[in-house]
Design a binder for this molecule. Structure first.
Ligand SMILES: [Zn+2]
Length: 173
């Protein structure tokens, strides 16, 4: 199931519950360039709830996606769950524009931070994608590989200038 776009007019006052799956093909596109790929198809399941609050929409997403890649420490295969759980308050883009003397003005940085929906549409795929990207580990690592070994600490502590000296020393010998 592809993540649907919800039109506000279709959103009942009592709210809307959806239980879409995360398609591997869809997730593969989200993961392009990350070195990770979906671990299964579907790669996960979501529980999504939308509630109207005036013009605003409360979007609750719960679930996780299974992905696989390579551990940056041991270079062995790695499988991990990426959380998709988030709660967002979305307001219509039109409301996010402050009106001054009846004219639109530039949004301030603070105002741009607000989550908005446009043209009465809530693209669930876009919000889930954003959440997955935020949660992706920069350096995928097995839990058992996380603690640095004594050797790694030694390397990190070594001043690069000493390395140059050591090279010199080795040459001389
Ligand atoms: Zn590892």
């Amino acid at each position: 199931m592809t993540l649907p776009t919800i039109h506000l007019r279709d959103l009942p006052e009592s709210g809307l519950d959806l239980e879409p799956t995360i398609d591997a093909a869809w997730l593969r596109e989200v993961l392009v360039g990350t070195g990770l790929e979906p671990a299964s198809d579907p790669a996960g399941a979501l529980r999504i709830r939308l509630d109207k609050s005036g013009d605003d929409v409360v979007l609750n997403i719960r679930g996780a996606a299974k992905v696989r890649g390579t551990c940056v420490r041991c270079l062995e295969a790695l499988e991990l769950e990426v959380s998709c759980t988030t709660a967002l308050l979305l307001e219509p883009a039109a409301n996010a524009r402050a009106l001054k003397h009846g004219e639109e003005r530039e949004l301030t940085a603070d105002e741009l931070d607000k989550d908005v929906y446009r043209e009465d549409k809530i693209e669930l795929g876009a919000w889930v994608r954003e959440q997955i990207i935020v949660e992706l580990p920069a350096h995928p690592t097995h839990e058992s590989c996380e603690a640095p070994s004594a050797g790694d600490v030694e390397i990190n502590r070594r001043d690069p200038r000493w390395a140059a000296l050591e090279k010199f020393k080795t040459k001389k010998e």
